[in-house]
Write a protein that binds this ligand. Structure first.
Ligand SMILES: Nc1ncnc2c1ncn2[C@@H]1O[C@H](COP(=O)(O)OP(=O)(O)OP(=O)(O)O)[C@@H](O)[C@H]1O
Length: 324
């Protein structure tokens, strides 16, 4: 049994399509990144999975529970952790009170361990919390009852790079202990670091769900070569595309095997060579077919991370204990 099974799932808001005929599954123990730009349907999918929105058509199961069955879902939610995009904590209480509240509902056997990794100021009121501290408190409440499955909506938003790295390390360790993690993101480099598999959502439809390495292979390696002399015909090797010359440097994308490339380069007087993975943005654009071009420099930027977010649907208290 998969941890998450989604079949032909559609959710519309009146005329507006949130997601359409979405199908995917997430295996037990897998870390699955759910990628898409603002408005692609990530939050809608997550809210349906938590029973917070009813699907218009299709079906979804989490840990074997039909998300439209309140009784099944209540049982399954004991084994699920949830980090919503909009945490919705009570501003007047301390972080400790927030954790005590969730502990009273679902338990907190991992609280102490999590507080050694994530360090929000527990005795301050939430209104004094920075967004990073709120997010850390959210991560602690999502994991502290030792769930089998954790669903997170943009978990690293608001975290500084050091805390993001701590979060990434934590997710990798969670995978090693067998926890299934499903999280949405529009930060491509982040999913690359921690996910086994990635689903790319575009305008409510899944356009790809594959392992991260295949996605990267699909984009082709980025090759830069400097040679003595003219280097004519240097880009004439099977698998090379987008061949360009900048001064004495030759650049191209390469989707063939290393042996062929190295044999080809051996006939030149190579001064310098660099073979790098493509920026995931390029892979992403391949699926979106957008006109936004990467800079071709191989930079893995977090484009969009700071961009304005579409208004969130009505928020619910963290922990997903709103009505099914
Ligand atoms: N409550 C709502 N009423 C009407 N339309 C909605 C509602 N919630 C979402 N939508 C629409 O559904 C589509 C998917 O939105 P959703 O919030 O699921 O996307 P998202 O991928 O989570 O985006 P973001 O990265 O901005 O959070 C968008 O067109 C959005 O405007």
């Amino acid at each position: 049994m998969a941890a998450i099974e989604v079949r032909e799932l559609t959710k519309t808001y009146g005329e507006v399509v949130g997601i359409e005929s979405l199908s995917f599954s997430v295996g037990k123990g897998e870390v699955f990144g759910f990628l898409g730009p603002n408005g692609a349907g990530k939050t809608t999918t997550i809210r349906v999975l938590l029973g917070l929105l009813s699907p218009t058509a299709g079906s979804a199961e989490v840990l074997g529970a039909d998300v439209t069955s309140e009784s099944d879902l209540i049982e399954a939610k004991r084994r699920i952790g949830y980090l919503p995009a909009d945490l919705g904590f009570d501003e007047d209480v301390t972080g400790r009170r927030v954790l005590d509240y969730f502990a009273s509902i679902r338990g907190d056997e991992r609280r102490a361990e999590l507080l050694e990794i994530f360090t929000p100021p527990l005795d301050r009121e939430i209104r004094e919390y920075s967004s990073g501290n709120r997010q850390m408190l959210g991560v602690i409440q999502a994991f502290m009852h030792d769930p089998d499955l954790v669903i997170m909506d943009e978990p690293t938003s608001g975290l500084d790079p050091l805390k993001q790295e701590r979060f990434n390390e934590f997710v990798r360790a969670e995978r090693d202990r067998g926890t299934t993690v499903f999280f949405s993101s529009h930060v491509l480099s982040e999913v690359r670091r921690v996910c086994d598999r990635v689903g790319i959502l575009r305008e409510g439809e899944l356009v790809a769900a594959e392992d991260v390495e295949s996605l990267v292979d699909r984009g082709g390696k980025r090759v830069r070569v400097q040679v003595g002399g003219e280097g004519s015909g240097l880009g004439d090797v099977e698998g090379a595309t987008d061949v360009r010359r900048l001064g004495d440097e030759h650049r191209f994308a390469y989707a063939g095997d290393y042996g062929t490339l190295l044999a080809h380069l051996a006939s030149y007087d190579v001064v310098d060579v660099e073979i790098a993975e493509p920026p995931l943005e390029d892979v992403f654009m391949h699926y979106y077919g957008g006109s936004e071009d990467s800079d071709g420099e191989g930079n893995e930027s977090d484009a969009g991370e700071e961009s304005g977010r579409a208004p969130e649907p009505a928020s619910e208290p963290a922990g997903g204990d709103a009505d099914a």
